[in-house]
Design a protein around this ligand. Structure first.
Ligand SMILES: *Cc1c(COP(=O)(O)O)cnc(C)c1O
Length: 493
């Protein structure tokens, strides 16, 4: 049976092809697209372990992207996963202090978002071609720090596209901000907002669903799409590296085919860990998917109590890409927990919108057994960075440290892979302070140099580039002004 895509919220909404779902980003009823079924991988794990990253990606993604031809998908994959990564393995697995770390920071923006966002633009232009789309695609993106840069890097100068990024001006690290402000490409726009990520994301979703604005865009020859993980084309590529981690453990003789393993995932918008959930449904032997949060532990509380409650203080932490109180991909999980019941899913999302909270039924809660959840506060995060460095001189970034700390009680239950989502050089101030118990010096460049001296890892190309490129002027605005900012970019020539 061919896989199509349907909304999480409306069972009667028209089902669309993979390429249409990718182009649209969000379903017109406000729901998220999900595949009509999750394919089972029939190839034995031991055979999968012989494949390169690109070959494995083809194997995993082809059933989902069935309106892309073999040739088209292979071309997209070759463009996405090549010399733009500074490690030929693309996502190498390393071992430190009794756990495995899947390094997803070898791409052009040194965070895991590259694994999906180097491929998404390729898929999107192929999809535009396939659907004879004549309009220009405008990618609207809210970022907690890493998606913005990775999406701009992926879409820069891609013909037929523009990308507009909104980030919380006080909620990203200095390197994250500089990375965005040094992005080249005449089709890239980046704006800071006086607010947090949730406000940026909520407004982006609102703008997406604004019907009169949609018409105005249409008249001007534009169509919106999304590079956030609400876009299924962003989520699917992330399934690949769960299988790839397993392959590497098999090849290294650390496990036998069929052994169950744990993954600990530093979680914000619930996209990365949801890809792990898909991998499990596809047949990957996963024991626990450990959902790791920082001081904004709305997800830990949800997993432990069955109640999601976003009405709580919001903290800016040392792991900013996880400073999120409304995790948009949880909607897809709710859909599965309710046995694909769109009514239930829509109802819960409406409650979240109206009351700021919802509670799932006992039957849904029972299905959360695939997951475990925990959080690390600021002190625990810093201590974890220091602990790993002491044991084997490896520095991890604060997001990875959160996942590593939360994983500790699970290490004895099965081989455990921690998803290492960013390079320590992306957060030099935090890593330096954690390793030396002292405040970082003023100036990112100096801190980077000190950190390099201490951890003895060469700068990745992204950092070299950052140090030699001048920033564009920083623009900021109130969250209510996001729509008019978009109008200025698109309509005022
Ligand atoms: C985006 C991000 C996360 C969170 O991933 P989600 O898919 O939003 O849950 C964790 N760590 C880093 C470094 C990130 O950039």
């Amino acid at each position: 049976m061919e896989i199509l895509y349907q909304s999480t919220r409306d069972p009667l909404a028209k089902k669309v092809t993979a390429s249409q779902a990718i182009l649209q980003g969000l379903s017109p009823d406000g729901g998220l697209y999900v595949p009509t079924q999750i394919p089972i991988i029939e190839t034995p794990l031991i055979e999968l372990a012989k494949l390169s990253y690109q070959e494995l990606a083809f194997k995993i993604l082809k059933p989902y992207l069935n309106d892309f031809s073999t040739q088209e998908l292979q071309t997209c994959l070759a463009a996405a996963y090549g010399n733009n990564f500074d490690n030929p393995a693309i996502a190498p697995l390393t071992e430190h202090a009794g756990a495995f770390y899947l390094e997803l920071f070898h791409g052009p923006t040194i965070a895991f978002k590259d694994l999906a966002l180097q491929l998404l633009p390729q898929l999107m232009i192929t999809a535009a071609h396939k659907n004879q789309l004549e309009k220009e695609i405008v990618i609207l993106t809210a970022t907690s720090g890493d998606t913005g840069k990775a999406a701009m890097a992926g879409f820069a100068d891609v013909p037929g596209t523009k990308i507009i990024v909104f980030y919380p001006k006080k909620g990203v690290s200095p390197v994250q901000e500089k990375q965005m402000l040094t992005q080249t490409g005449n089709n890239t726009f980046v704006l800071g907002i006086d607010g947090n990520f949730d406000q940026a994301q909520t407004n982006v979703k609102k703008i997406f669903n604004d019907q009169s604005f949609k018409q105005q865009l249409d008249l001007n020859g534009y169509q919106f799409s999304s590079a956030n993980s609400i876009n299924i084309g962003r989520l699917l590529p992330q399934i690949v590296y769960y299988f790839y981690a397993y392959s590497q453990l098999l090849t290294a003789g650390k496990i036998k085919a069929g052994d169950k393993i744990n993954f600990s995932v530093p979680t914000g918008n619930f996209g990365d860990i949801l890809a792990g959930y898909y991998a499990k449904q596809m047949g990957l032997p996963i024991k626990k998917l450990i959902c790791a949060s920082n001081k904004n532990h709305v997800l830990t509380d949800f997993f432990n109590s069955g109640t999601y409650d976003r009405k709580r203080p919001f903290y800016v932490t040392s792991s900013p890409s996880m400073d999120i109180l409304v995790s948009s991909n949880l909607e897809r999980l709710l859909y599965y927990l309710s046995d694909k019941n769109s009514e239930t899913t829509r109802h819960l999302m409406e409650q979240l919108q109206e009351d700021g909270r919802y509670r799932i039924t006992a039957a849904m809660q029972a299905k959360l057994a695939d997951f475990a959840a925990g959080f690390a506060d600021e002190q625990q995060t810093a201590t974890e960075i220091k602990r790993i460095f002491k044991i084997d001189a490896t520095a991890v970034d604060p997001h990875t440290a959160v996942a590593s700390n939360v994983a500790q009680p699970w290490l004895t239950t099965a081989p455990t892979v921690i998803i290492a989502t960013a390079s320590p050089y992306k957060f030099p101030q935090v890593v330096w302070s954690a390793l030396t118990d002292s405040a970082a010096s003023k100036g990112t460049q100096k801190t980077l140099a000190q950190l390099k001296n201490l951890i003895k890892v060469p700068y990745p190309p992204a950092i070299e580039m950052l140090l030699t490129t001048t920033s564009r002027a920083k623009q900021t605005l109130a969250p209510e002004k996001m729509k008019s900012a978009i109008e200025n970019i698109l309509f005022d020539d």
